[in-house]
Design a binder for this molecule. Structure first.
Ligand code: DGL
Length: 291
């Protein structure tokens, strides 16, 4: 549940979005599509990616540092774009954060439940996301009788980052990952990792055309919109191209140039700059304790 304290938020403030690296840009893309008048501050933890092979404690610590950074940027809400961070750190962030928080897992789970006809749902993600059992937990909350089958796909992230989006190697690996899920007769598959929507076609081919693919990035942007609407936090601003107000700001913890290149292949808007910051400066003490 979201918690709010006395922090003054207003509709014109930006939305904060974070991820372990570049993958969260798939969520940014959906937010831009669905809410073009919103300002966004994005942080990609490119120095410490991947999160998918790290422990819960580490992911929680990193996430809390990033939330502190985003709050310093005066955001009105935070979207945790990373599935692994959503799987491990949402309760801690929600408990401490003075602005509304949304992760990607709950919206993804809800959509899968709405889409399934036979109650057999597959989830693919990083090792951490699958081990956490978070998708299963949320799905079972809404649909107690659902059968949920997880499959970690650790090779997908590097394949996407190497640009092998349409490649026989990726096809072959996808077929292997999907085999056990197909055997379980799933009719719905959650792409539970930021990078997977970028190889949606490959995943779709391997899963077969009877399987409904759920993209939590899309659903998260929709839920975020509803959340902002319910709190009268939708921006009333109309941004013009070339406006003096920088509508989107991107920060990373390392490799700003590389980030920018990858980002421009995902977001057609054209990212002019990404700024490197020292995320270690942001203490992981509970947010309620202040600086
Ligand atoms: N962003 C991560 C996720 O959605 C994938 C990359 C990583 O392992 O950090 O789980």
């Amino acid at each position: 549940m979201e918690t709010e304290n006395s922090r003054a938020v207003n509709a014109d403030l930006p939305i904060g979005v974070f991820d372990s690296g570049v993958g969260g840009l798939t969520v940014v893309k959906e937010i831009i599509n669905q809410m073009p008048n919103e300002r966004i501050v994005y942080f990609g933890d490119t120095a410490r990616v991947p999160y998918g092979s790290k422990s819960r404690d580490t992911v929680v610590r990193y996430s809390r540092q990033i939330v502190r950074f985003l709050l310093e940027q005066n955001v009105k809400a935070i979207a945790v774009a990373c599935n692994t961070a959503s799987a491990y750190a949402i309760p801690e962030i929600e408990a401490e954060c003075p602005v509304p928080v949304i992760g990607v897992i709950r919206p993804g789970a809800k959509t899968a439940v709405e889409g399934t006809r036979n109650g057999r749902i597959g989830v693919i993600g990083t090792r951490a996301t699958i081990t956490s059992g978070s998708y299963k937990e949320y799905i079972r909350e809404i649909m107690p009788g659902a059968e949920v089958f997880g499959q970690a796909c650790p090779l997908f992230v590097p394949l996407v980052e190497e640009g092998l989006w349409e490649d026989p190697v990726t096809d072959e690996i996808a077929r292997r990952y999907m085999a056990s899920l197909i055997d379980r007769d799933i009719d719905t598959l959650i792409m539970g990792c930021t990078h997977y929507p970028l190889i949606r076609k490959t995943i779709g081919r391997a899963a077969g055309d009877k399987v409904l693919l759920v993209n939590p990035a899309y659903e998260t942007a929709r839920e975020l919109r509803k959340l902002l609407e319910s709190r009268s936090l939708i921006s009333g601003h109309r941004y013009e191209l070339g406006s003096t107000v920088p509508q989107y700001r991107f920060y990373v913890s390392d490799m700003a140039d590389q980030f920018q290149k990858f980002a421009n292949s995902i977001i057609k808007y054209g990212i002019l700059a990404a700024e490197k910051i020292d995320i270690y400066n942001y203490s992981a003490r509970p947010l309620s304790e202040g600086d």
